[in-house]
Design a protein around this ligand. Structure first.
Ligand SMILES: [Zn+2]
Length: 172
């Protein structure tokens, strides 16, 4: 029998001190495979770099579902200062998974550009209202109308997001 701890391994070289973590319920659902493939992509990446959430998962005693390796579509301009590319084959029915990349200092209405539901910061950071989202921060953003963010003034940010399935003409 495979040890639970090996199912999601910690990436020691890339640990990040996130300030925003998935809810325990989301982690529990992820642990038993009861979440969409897109959400699982974000959560597995967060957990691999977050000792606190990794520990929670291990305490729950459930091996998380495997996440299929991803292919990426081409980069395309989504809005001024914002590029995106689809992660192909990693999302479930009715959702899509994108990597988004914002230029330094770009001010972006993220949910106006894409129907973002969850976000995981991969690199850089951004400001949202009075808060700063840093590397490995995970947040569900469906309660926010437009989620207007400002990319870090030096490096901008890169993030992995799940979305509802966008209209074709919205992303062209
Ligand atoms: Zn965490």
């Amino acid at each position: 029998m495979q040890a639970v701890t090996s199912a999601v391994s910690i990436d020691q070289d890339r640990l990040a001190n996130a300030s925003r973590h998935p809810e325990s319920e989301a982690l529990a659902n992820f642990a038993v495979g009861d979440c969409s493939p897109g959400s699982a992509s974000l959560l597995s990446r967060h957990v691999a770099r977050c000792i606190a959430c990794h520990r929670k998962l291990v305490q729950m005693g459930f091996p998380p579902a495997d996440v299929a390796p991803a292919r990426h579509g081409p980069w395309f301009a989504l809005a001024a200062g914002l590029d995106a590319r689809e992660v192909v084959g990693a999302a479930g029915i009715g959702e899509a998974l994108y990597v988004v990349r914002a230029r330094a200092g770009a001010r972006i209405s993220l949910r106006a550009a894409l129907p973002v539901e969850e976000i995981l910061v991969l690199d850089g950071s951004f400001a949202f209202e009075t808060e700063t989202f840093v590397q490995n921060d995970f947040e569900v953003v469906t309660d926010t109308a437009d989620f207007t963010v400002v990319g870090d003034l030096q490096v901008g940010f890169t993030a992995l997001v799940t979305t509802g399935q966008p209209d074709e003409d919205q992303i062209m």
